[in-house]
Design a protein around this ligand. Structure first.
Ligand SMILES: *[C@@H]1O[C@H](CO)[C@@H](O)[C@H](O)[C@H]1NC(C)=O
Ligand SMILES: *[C@@H]1O[C@H](CO)[C@@H](O)[C@H](O)[C@H]1NC(C)=O
Ligand SMILES: *[C@@H]1O[C@H](CO)[C@@H](O)[C@H](O)[C@H]1NC(C)=O
Length: 365
């Protein structure tokens, strides 16, 4: 009897920890009626970051909550996850209208941004640590949000998407783009992003792009257009390392500073163009590349994982809801020691050294 009661309490606790919640109140401009779902872990960083996780076509907020491990990582590392739900039948995101491709112009992108702005204003979310990741249509939306709202997001990770503006036009599906036949110069791709928010001069978000060589839904040319390699590397066609949209936006060289073979796993190559941009091409992988949550988490600086060639490590989970960054002095193993906006300590305890994961996050490793 006692055991049974204990068991059901445990079940209640587990159920509580795994609850996806729907926000039904007013959260700001949401012209297309995007659904607002979110996950709040029991323990949060102070102040907490937020990650938007955008589902694929035919998907849903609830489905993506189940398909990805973002919520359990949120439990471990103390960040909010927002799961927007596409308003149209079929569940694809609007990544083609002028409104969605324009800063504060409307469309699905504005509804999602309103959720993030609401979380910053009402949940105490760190305005410098909002991130977005998504799969397929959600990866296209990731490119849209990073392009049109560089002031809102610190980073994005797109699993099998297309460049910002590639789907632009009257129809929800753009065959020319999907087939990888929309070819433009890096400057033209970059200009689409600059046009989305004219006059913006602030910092640009970090971007991580994943694509499979065997993708026949969104041909890998899209990877090449996103990252600027215009020709396929497999099937005997030579690789031409011209960096396009995001290298143009970020002002990086069109040649990667390094290519890490079999990273983060066999048959995946990671090309790094600078601290804010990297692209991972997966040999033989179709549509879509599985979400690599811990890798993206490390790229964003939301935790630690296996970016670059450093050994895979597991930092301790967040233990206190009120833990605040150290105000100076030596930083312990795993602690943050730098990055844009960081005001805490920058010197690591011996024998650890402060290593940059990206522009926003350095860690004592
Ligand atoms: C695109 O949308 C923006 C914001 O609504 C508007 O200012 C602009 O004129 C539109 N451009 C075109 C080409 O329709
Ligand atoms: C590379 O791609 C461009 C654009 O699609 C094409 O014009 C060119 O012929 C390709 N080069 C090779 C070697 O395949
Ligand atoms: C990864 O790089 C290796 C070595 O250059 C190459 O043989 C392989 O084809 C590349 N794989 C992909 C998916 O680009």
């Amino acid at each position: 009897m006692f055991f049974k009661a204990f068991q059901s309490l445990t079940l209640i606790a587990t159920a509580y920890a795994a609850t996806l919640q729907q926000f039904t109140g007013n959260f700001g401009s949401n012209p297309t009626g995007v659904g607002f779902y979110y996950y709040k872990p029991a323990t949060l960083q102070n102040p907490p970051p937020v990650l938007v996780a955008a589902h694929e076509c035919t998907g849903s907020a609830e489905g993506y909550f189940g398909e990805t491990t973002w919520s359990s990582l949120a439990d471990q590392y103390g960040f909010y996850v927002i799961y927007p739900n596409a308003p149209t039948a079929g569940g694809c995101w609007d990544v083609h209208t002028n409104a969605t491709l324009t800063h504060n112009g409307g469309g699905d992108s504005l509804g999602i941004v309103s959720m993030v702005r609401y979380a910053i204003s009402n949940w105490g979310v760190d305005s410098t640590r909002a991130f977005v990741s998504g799969t397929s249509s959600g990866a296209m939306m990731t490119n849209v949000l990073i392009g049109a709202y560089p002031d809102v997001f610190a980073g994005g990770a797109a699993f099998s998407g297309v460049p910002f503006g590639c789907f632009a036009g009257p129809n929800a599906w753009n065959t020319q783009c999907a087939l990888g036949e929309l070819i433009m110069t890096p400057q033209q791709w970059g200009q689409l992003v600059f046009n989305a928010y004219p006059g913006y001069t602030g910092p640009r978000p970090s971007m991580q792009v994943w694509h499979g060589t065997a993708d026949t839904t969104l041909y890998p040319q899209n990877y090449y257009e996103e990252v600027g390699i215009p020709n396929n590397t497999y099937g005997g066609i030579r690789i031409n390392l011209i960096v396009k949209q995001w290298t143009d936006v970020l002002g990086y060289s069109q040649t990667p500073t390094s290519v890490e073979v079999n990273n983060p796993q066999a048959e995946y190559n990671r090309s790094i163009y600078g601290p804010k941009f990297q692209a991972i091409l997966a040999q033989g992988v179709g549509h879509t590349v599985p979400v690599h949550e811990t890798d993206t988490l490390a790229f964003f600086g939301l935790g630690s994982g296996s970016t670059s060639s450093s050994p895979t490590t597991t930092p301790p989970p967040v233990t206190s809801p009120t833990s605040s960054p150290p105000s100076g002095g030596t930083v312990a193993h795993w602690g943050q020691c730098g990055g844009i906006g960081w005001t805490g300590g920058t010197v690591c305890q011996a024998p650890y050294t402060c290593q940059a994961a990206n522009a926003y996050y350095s860690q004592c490793l």
